[in-house]
Design a protein around this ligand. Structure first.
Ligand code: SF4
Length: 413
């Protein structure tokens, strides 16, 4: 049986491929690309049908972060000319959220820049969630406030949060080259705290930072082992004024291969095409919908996305449908695991992800793979080669967000 038949058969059974099989997906050629998309599409449709979940970002606090994440326009020392503002008031955030929900979003993602929340910040977010749920009790709320201290996840859960987002972003081996002010272990700890409090864990990655294929496979397997219920796949938006501004090394084809690898390793998990969709997939975005079952509607935290109506038109034209508020996102067996975690009757980790029962699942470590560097490799070591978009810098594609939360202009939804 060839690679794609094997991966399809495993995915349809909810089984995880081997690391070698995952690496082989990233090494496929452009001639094989549509076969890769078709195989991943079969797995996607098995668990998620033709539904697309829409998520809507509300940036509660923008810029002014003391952390130094190299990819981030809000980082310490960033020269990116983004919107900078401190905490939105609950009614301002609720207004922005309402626009997203009216546009079809099922989940609102409340994000604030910073290393992590103070207890006062948890109070602010509690008030904001109350304002949003007053207007629409059905809306899912995911909170993203950085590193959590003890008991903060429990407070967010008690206040009505459904999920907590904290991305691992890249492999443990390369993390130290991307960020110096906190560690990969800090990030794992926060995902575990959120999960342990009964919040659905949303944790994903950023591709295109100069990482190797092995790094990508490392982080995607780590996310599976952590039991992340949703995996946002970000494609680096190289903002001028950040250290990674020149990292233009993704092509639409490479992005589709990465999405397919993530789908095969997480067959029954929400896979979301996150930031960078318009910048890197460009006209190939509809093919991404055959692999991922979730996207952000409208704008991102600090950059503009395509118009919300264009997102909706794309979904319809590609033959998909927006997931409704009453529809479950995860397949029944995954939702049952999440519900068990929420009631404290299970560890919250997908059974197929953890062969050792209810142990400290996020603590699994992989032996470093041969050839895996301790720092990001030059982009030329990626499967597609350096700046494979003909070496072009496409900073014309990066548009700083100037509307919605924190401005007087209507949000894009
Ligand atoms: S990713 Fe978060 S913690 Fe890192 S610099 Fe950006 S806002 Fe700060």
């Amino acid at each position: 049986m060839d690679l794609l038949d094997t991966l399809t058969a495993k995915g349809l059974r909810g089984e995880v491929p081997t690391r070698e099989e995952a690496l082989a997906v990233l090494a496929t050629t452009d001639d094989e690309l549509l076969d890769v998309v078709a195989a991943a599409g079969k797995v996607r449709r098995r668990w998620f049908g033709r539904r697309v979940k829409l998520n809507y970002l509300v940036n509660l606090k923008s810029g002014l972060c003391p952390e130094d994440c190299s990819y981030c326009s809000q980082r310490l020392g960033s020269k990116a000319e983004i919107l900078k503002y401190t905490w939105l008031k609950p009614d301002q955030a609720a207004d922005a959220a309402r626009a997203g929900v009216a546009g079809g979003a099922k989940r609102v993602c409340l994000v604030a820049s910073g290393r992590g929340p103070t207890d006062r910040d948890i109070d602010r977010v509690t008030d904001t969630m109350a304002a949003i749920k007053d207007a629409d009790p059905e809306v899912e709320i995911c909170v993203c406030l950085g590193l959590l201290s003890d008991n903060q996840a429990e407070r967010l859960k008690a206040a009505g949060a459904d999920a907590y987002n904290h991305n691992l972003n890249t492999s443990e081996n390369t993390y130290g080259a991307i960020t110096k002010t906190h560690t990969y272990a800090d990030r794992v700890d926060t995902v575990q705290k959120a999960h342990g409090a009964g919040l659905s864990a949303c944790s994903g990655l950023i591709a295109g930072m100069g990482e190797t294929d092995e790094d990508l496979v490392d982080v995607v397997f780590a996310l599976r082992e952590l039991g992340s219920d949703s995996v946002p796949v970000n494609f680096l938006i190289p903002f001028e004024g950040t250290p990674l501004a020149k990292e233009w090394n993704l092509t639409p084809q490479r992005c589709l291969r990465i999405l397919a690898m993530v789908r095969f390793v997480n067959p029954d998990t929400e896979v979301r095409i996150a930031g960078g969709r318009e910048v890197h997939l460009r006209t190939m975005q509809p093919l991404g919908l055959h692999i991922a079952n979730s996207i952000f509607l409208g704008d991102y935290l600090t950059s503009e996305g395509q118009a919300g109506q264009t997102d909706l038109d794309m979904i319809k034209d590609a033959g998909f449908e927006v997931e409704g508020a009453g529809e479950a996102t995860l397949p029944r067996h995954r939702a049952d695991v999440a519900a068990a975690a929420a009631t404290g009757s299970g560890c919250g980790t997908a059974a197929s992800a953890c062969g050792s029962g209810c142990g400290p699942c996020g603590g699994h470590e992989h032996a470093p793979l041969a050839g895996t560097a301790s720092a990001p490799a030059p982009a030329s070591e990626g499967a597609d080669g350096a700046n494979s978009a003909n070496g072009e810098l496409r900073d014309d594609l990066v548009k700083v967000r100037r509307r919605g939360a924190g401005t007087e202009l209507a949000p894009n939804a």
